[in-house]
Design a binder for this molecule. Structure first.
Ligand code: ADP
Ligand code: ZN
Ligand code: ZN
Length: 756
């Protein structure tokens, strides 16, 4: 099988487009006239079934032979140009995802299509009267006189309400099916099936609250906000569709702008998609949109059942809703005519899929927008380097919102040098400044958030005395400590023995950095026995809803201190929090991938932004071993541009995205030797391609060297030309297909968000 535009004689086609049916494609012959003209994802007309009825199908692959009687193969009749159908758009999107990120067409289709339901659709039967209330009452009286009490009872009930649920009629009114039947024959009523959609968000909301607030709570836009709305809509009306970036500090009114843009889009008769990271999809956010858009909006999130998700797709297809809010998969909502796609917190790594195809929601949204002729709006307080770079180069429109509209000011930030603390005899994880401020807040009964950055769990090695970090001599990323006393680079595979003394200052305090939230919680209890502490991390949020519960408890002031990992950085607003402590800001700095500084800056800026949301000013303590690292310095100053300028230099020199493109190739398998061998073969193959403008790094052991009994090997390709990477990937894919039975898996990741 192969799926490029080509001269193959056969094509695999799916006729019934649904998540399940993509596994059962049918093979058709390509007539001579169409050879070389077809492409995966194209929509064609084919004869189908016994009567050879003409149906629309989609090409998912090409093949050069069939394993059954060739004379039985039917022929494609022609290309259909029904390009605006929802299905056609999703199939084209899948085709693009496959081409861009690598995977099979089937996997790509399954990514964009909703899973069909095993369960039947939910239906509710209702009895509705066909006569007027008066006529019904008269009939009821006559039947009562004729001693037909059951019929009379039902009709009397129907004078009150035009429609009655079948269940109620049977169970509460004790009416038998034959009674209903005979009234139906008399033309007094009819039984109807009503499709019910599972819509958990809406049903859990108090309708009153939604209605009352409709239209209220609408601040007048500031000039800056209005300027953005006008400018995007003016472009839209002039037929200009493009991507815009809104760089706006937290609380600067981005969400308000989104709502106005969505309204503008709906007024123009089109639908809107708003992506939010799952973690920020809180009750507070959702309620703002429900108040504004009522029943026309629906929400997707991971807590929904497959049936509930499916129903939201159906509602979108039927035109029952025009706005969807959800994480990256909400992009695949089957709207007929999307006019606007908004991505909030566009820098979030969760916009990148972690399974094949590893698509990025931003890039995918931009392609989807081109199919629909829609505009794209990206928003963030800390834009990704990619987006800011493109905005600076004029590829995206750009807006800046620099003021908090609620009147409160940005917090005061105190950087603390943990090396200095150590030198002065404080070995605690809490600096003296932080201790002093925590005590002050406990006294004043204000709340504290403590943030433990755990992204660098892989264990970078740093000197507690001078801050020196062990780095790879080839890649300028930090080395990770492995059990066998080795330091390993996860980009190029470079290895060196562990160190006992710091090569920079000779101190013996050089070690892998590991600290857990649990240990910190224990310390807090020892130091502040009367303080009430809530802990939020991977362990305490395993159960469904626990995340929301912890945050609500804290919002209700059931605790004084909330201690947590990056999870606490987003979501609820806590007006009573006036102190944020960042315990070890450097932990994410040496996570061992090229985005480490960017992620650190983002996390610190966002964590700091949590202090002082209410009417009291906030303070932030940033503890680190490298207070002079640019990501920490600029985060402390809340200076995005300063950070960008330094970081982009590093990316340009190192040929990292966005200055170039990068592809991670991950090979995993149960046999260490064989997985490593395949990684080496693939890397060799790529090196052959590597004449110009393509660099191959590795392979080496992945940072996570073994997962679920599978060994992991990684290598990287870099090029300034994205097409070169796609070509190299296609060569690897063809090579993999020629291999006999193999147990290894190969994954491709374009412009990865995380290290491996
Ligand atoms: P962001 O999404 O940038 O964090 P929001 O849109 O949530 O900002 O706005 C932050 C706060 O400011 C919210 O409480 C919001 O109601 C309020 N707000 C937004 N726009 C205005 C405005 N034009 N006038 C007054 N308050 C506003
Ligand atoms: Zn040192
Ligand atoms: Zn290296």
């Amino acid at each position: 099988m192969n799926d490029e535009r080509n001269h193959f004689p056969y094509a695999d086609i799916i006729v019934d487009i649904s998540h399940e049916s993509v596994d059962r494609p049918f093979t058709y012959r390509i007539p001579r006239a169409l050879q070389g003209k077809l492409q995966t994802g194209m929509s064609v007309l084919v004869p189908f079934g016994k009567g050879d009825r003409k149906r629309q199908g989609y090409i998912i692959a090409f093949r050069d032979g069939v394993s059954f009687d060739e004379s039985k193969v039917k022929e494609i009749e022609g290309i259909t140009d029904d390009d605006m159908a929802v299905d056609a758009i999703l199939v084209r999107l899948a085709g693009w995802i496959r081409k861009q990120y690598g995977s099979t067409m089937i996997t790509a289709l399954k990514t964009v299509l909703p899973a069909k339901l095993k369960k039947r659709n939910l239906e509710k039967r209702e009895i509705c009267r066909l006569l007027s209330a008066e006529e019904t009452e008269e009939l009821a009286k006559r039947l009562a006189e004729k001693n037909r009490p059951a019929m009379a009872r039902l009709l009397f009930a129907l004078t009150e309400k035009e429609r009655l649920p079948m269940e109620l009629v049977k169970e509460k009114l004790h009416i038998s099916p034959s009674t209903i039947n005979s009234l139906e024959k008399q033309g007094a009523l009819k039984v109807e099936s009503v499709r019910i959609y599972r819509n958990p968000v809406i049903s859990s909301m108090e309708t009153a609250e939604r209605k009352d607030a409709f239209g209220k709570d609408r601040p007048k836009l500031s000039d800056a906000q209005q300027g953005i709305v006008d400018s995007v809509l003016r472009d839209y009306d002039a037929g200009i569709r493009k991507t815009y970036l809104i760089h706006g500090i937290t609380g600067s009114g981005k969400t308000e702008v989104y709502m106005h843009l969505i309204e503008g889009c709906l007024k123009r008769g089109r639908q809107a998609i708003l992506l939010i990271p799952e973690i920020a999809l809180t009750y507070q956010t959702v309620i703002r949109f429900l108040k504004r858009f009522g029943n026309r909006v629906s929400v997707l999130h991971s807590g929904l059942s497959a049936g509930e998700k499916y129903d939201q797709c159906e509602r979108a297809k039927n035109g029952d809703i025009d706005v969807i809010i959800g994480p990256r998969s909400a992009l695949f909502t089957p709207f007929r005519s999307v006019g606007l796609i908004i991505i909030d917190e566009e820098h979030e790594p969760s916009y990148k899929s972690e399974t094949m195809p590893k698509y990025h929601a931003r890039e995918t949204a931009i392609y989807l927008a081109s199919l629909h002729q829609a505009s794209v709006v990206l928003g963030s307080a800390t834009p990704s380097l990619e987006s800011y770079y493109r905005a600076k180069h004029g590829e995206y429109g750009f807006f800046y919102l620099g003021e908090r509209l609620t009147g409160n000011v940005l917090p005061e930030v105190y950087p603390v040098d943990l090396r200095q603390e150590l030198r002065e005899g404080n070995r605690s994880i809490f600096s003296r400044k932080l201790q002093e401020l925590i005590e002050d807040r406990l006294e004043k009964r204000e709340q504290v958030m403590l943030f433990l950055n755990r992204r660098g769990l892989a264990g970078f090695v740093s000197c507690r005395n001078c801050g020196h970090v062990m780095k790879c001599p080839h890649c300028s990323v930090s080395l990770s400590e492995h059990k066998a006393g080795k330091l390993v680079c996860h980009y190029c595979g470079h290895e060196e023995p562990s160190v006992k003394v710091c090569p920079s200052c000779g101190s013996r305090y050089i070690l892998g950095f590991r600290a857990g939230t649990e240990a910190v919680e224990e310390k807090l209890h020892q130091m502040y026995p009367r303080a009430r502490v809530l802990r939020m991390d991977g362990d305490t949020t395993k159960k469904k809803d626990s995340y929301e519960k912890i945050l609500s408890a804290f919002a209700d002031r059931e605790a004084d201190i909330l201690l947590g990992t990056q999870m606490i950085v987003k979501g609820h607003d806590f007006p009573a929090v006036t102190l944020v402590g960042i315990l070890a800001a450097d932990m994410s700095l040496f996570a061992g991938d090229h985005r480490a500084a960017e992620r650190t800056f983002q996390l610190l800026t966002q964590a700091a932004g949590r202090a002082g949301r209410g009417d009291r000013a906030g303070e932030v303590v940033i503890q680190s071993y490298q207070p002079d690292h640019y990501s920490i310095v600029h985060a402390a100053a809340q200076d995005y541009v300063g950070f960008y300028e330094e970081e982009i230099l590093y990316r340009e020199i190192g040929m990292y995205p966005p200055a170039a493109h990068m592809m991670a190739v991950l090979v995993t398998g149960p046999e260490e030797r064989e997985a490593e061998y395949l990684a080496e073969e693939l890397a060799k193959l790529s090196k052959k391609d590597a004449e110009r403008d393509l660099t191959v790094l590795g392979p080496g052991t992945a940072s996570l060297s073994k997962l679920n009994d599978n060994y992991r090997f990684i290598f990287y390709l870099k090029s300034s030309d994205e097409n070169k990477l796609a070509q190299a990937r296609e060569h690897m894919e063809s090579y993999i297909q020629t291999l006999q039975k193999r147990s290894e898996q190969v994954q491709f990741d374009i412009d990865p968000m995380n290290g491996y």
